[in-house]
Structures are given as C-alpha cells and as structure tokens.
Ligand binder design. Structure first.
Ligand code: 5GP
Ligand code: MN
Length: 325
C-alpha cells in the first residue's frame, strides 16, 4: 500500500495516462475519472478518460464527459493506467481487464474495504466516503488548484456516493471538502436538481412496477423487489433507470436489508443490497461472488429467479440472526 505522495509522484512522472472506472459507472466512478483526467490534462499530459460502459444520461452535465470514451482502441499507447473505484479486476469488465497484464504502470485508487490486490501502486482508504474525496486530496497533494469543472465532477462523485450525505460514510472531512468545492463555485443545488429531480417518466413507470413486486419476510426485516427485462420494456425504461430502486425496499420501518433482483439478460440477475445500521451487506454479497461496502453492495447471479430469491433471502435472514437481531 502506498501513500498519496507516492501516487502524486508517479502521476507527475507519467506522460500518457488512461484513467478508467468500473462497469455500469455511477457518479463516483464517472466524477472521479473526469476530475482526475481533466487535472492531468491541465498538467500537459496526454490523457484518455474511459470505462467499459456508457455514462447514464443523468450525468450528461458533467464537464469533460465529451472526452469520456467507452472501451479503448487496440492501438492506444500509454505509460500509466489509473483505475478508480474498482475493488476487484472483474469490476473492470473483460476488455479493460486485458490491460492488467500489460507493461504499463498501474495505479489503483479505491475506497472499498478488502479491495483485492492488483496494480503497482495502490491507495485504498475505506474511510473515504467516495473515491472523489481521494482525488480531491490527491490534487491538493500534487500542489494544484481545483478548478470549477473539476470541482463539479468531485461534488457529483461525493454527493452520489454518500446518498446526499446521508450514509454513515459521511464525515466532517466530507463536509469540509464539499464546503471548499462550493467556495470554488460548484452550483450544488443545480447539480442536485440534475441528478435527482429531472428523471424521465419511465423511471416512475418502472418504480410502479417494481413496487408491485415488493415482498417482505415474515419477520419484517428483509424486503425485496424484482425487475425483469419484461418490466423494463413495459415501462419504457432502460437499465440505468433502476438506479436507486433498492432504497425503497430498505426504507420501510423495521427493514434491515433491502434487495433488488434485476434481470440483466435471460437467466442472469444483478443483485443490489442495502442495509441500515449493523448489518454488513458486503459480506452478504461476497457469499454470492460480489462485494461492495458495509451498507451498499452487489453481485451477479445466474439461474432461476425464484430459486435465487429463496437462497439470497435465506442468507440475508441468517446474517440478521447471526448478529442476534
Ligand atoms: P449497486 O447496487 O449500486 O450496483 O452497487 C452498490 C455497490 O456494490 C457498488 O458501489 C460496488 O461497490 C458494489 N458492487 C456492486 N456490484 C458488484 C459486483 O458485482 N462485484 C463487486 N465486487 N462489487 C459490486
Ligand atoms: Mn465509490
């Protein structure tokens, strides 16, 4: 494990850099890639900002997004690869995983506890509420100013990964960084409107359908919803519109674990777990080959939906019993 000074020195030496984030990018992944990419560009480096999947439309306002590319050309030359917000190589998707065996310097910046070891340089801080906080600190470590565009990207990374500062990952340090970003000129309320209050109607059609599947265990502590390809189609929705649905399952009084089962292709389901308080859903997701944070995690599972639900709900109830609740 390196410190931020090592990372700053490695980046200052780099001439040609690829900065990438994870599959199905979220606000932290995208905001962090763009904030670091724009900063490295301002230092005169050749920079490619990339990821395995397209950016959800709600992030269209992000400065630098026009430079974000999905996938990489095979002949791209670079000396340094920076990987953000990825706890395991699988989170890069098959194309970007192929870059790990190359000759280039790899720098990992992450905030997942138990982030698996890969890369020459690694800085993993599970106390950081978002990778955006780490990028903020790294820019300061490099002795650079955060400009307004970069500040917008960092604000977006942090506001989304903290659930608008609601999660217990939010610290006084989070608010101090946000205060400084607002002083630089981040239009916080406008960004919040773009992210949270400009949703297409299809999101609410999907919400209606998903809520109609809401089921709660007899003890009242585990609640779940399902979204199939059929549901998405009928709602006129696309995958990114399911973002945040799982919170409805979690937000019911007495519920400790909320789960969303979302069909990504026939027989393949993306599971999202959210918890309150003491339940560590990172461990729950790990049982099914995934991971994440103590209160927000996920995995992908293949098989019959009803069987998957039975197994996963059983495991969730066992996790709750395990800590005597
Ligand atoms: P979401 O439910 O929003 O897709 O994911 C919540 C968090 O869980 C993500 O920020 C990420 O940290 C983690 N996560 C989601 N899916 C996976 C997965 O398939 N594997 C791993 N290791 N982590 C995941
Ligand atoms: Mn993150």
């Amino acid at each position: 494990m390196n410190n931020l000074a090592d990372i700053a020195a490695a980046l200052k030496r780099a001439e040609s850099v690829v900065v990438c984030g994870h599959v199905m990018p979220d606000g932290d992944s995208l905001g962090s890639v763009l904030a670091l990419g724009l900063t490295l560009e301002s230092m005169g480096k050749k920079v490619t900002m990339a990821g395995p999947d397209p950016s959800p439309a709600i992030y269209d306002f992000l400065p630098g997004l026009d430079k974000y590319r999905v996938g990489l050309p095979s002949d791209i030359g670079f000396d340094t690869l920076v990987i953000l917000d990825c706890s395991a190589p699988e989170r890069l998707g098959p194309g970007f995983q192929g870059l790990l065996s190359g000759e280039t310097d790899i720098i990992i910046l992450d905030h997942h506890a138990g982030s698996s070891c890969f890369g020459k340089y690694r800085y993993v801080d599970p106390a950081a509420a978002a990778v955006g906080e780490i990028i903020y600190d790294l820019i300061i470590e490099m002795g650079l100013e955060i400009n307004r565009d970069v500040a917008v990207c960092l604000y977006t990374a942090i506001v989304t990964d903290t659930g608008s500062f609601q999660y217990d990952s939010t610290t006084p340090g989070t608010h101090r960084r946000i205060a400084n970003l607002m002083e630089i000129g981040v239009p916080a309320s406008q960004i919040n409107i773009r992210i949270y209050e400009e949703k297409p109607r299809a999101v609410f059609q999907l919400l209606c359908s998903a809520l109609s599947t809401l089921t709660t265990s007899s003890c009242g502590k585990v609640s779940w919803m399902t979204v199939t390809r059929e549901t998405l189609k009928k709602s006129g929705a696309v995958d990114e519109h399911a973002e945040g649905l799982v919170n409805y399952a979690k937000s019911i009084r007495g519920v400790e674990i909320g789960i969303l089962f979302r069909e990504i292709e026939e027989g393949s389901y993306k599971l999202s777990f959210r918890s309150k308080d003491a339940i560590d859903v990172n461990k729950l997701a790990e049982l099914f080959g995934g991971g994440g944070h103590p209160h927000a995690s996920g995995c992908t599972v293949q098989g019959d939906l009803n069987k998957i639900i039975d197994q996963v709900v059983f495991a969730a109830l066992s996790a709750i019993r395990g800590i005597g609740r």
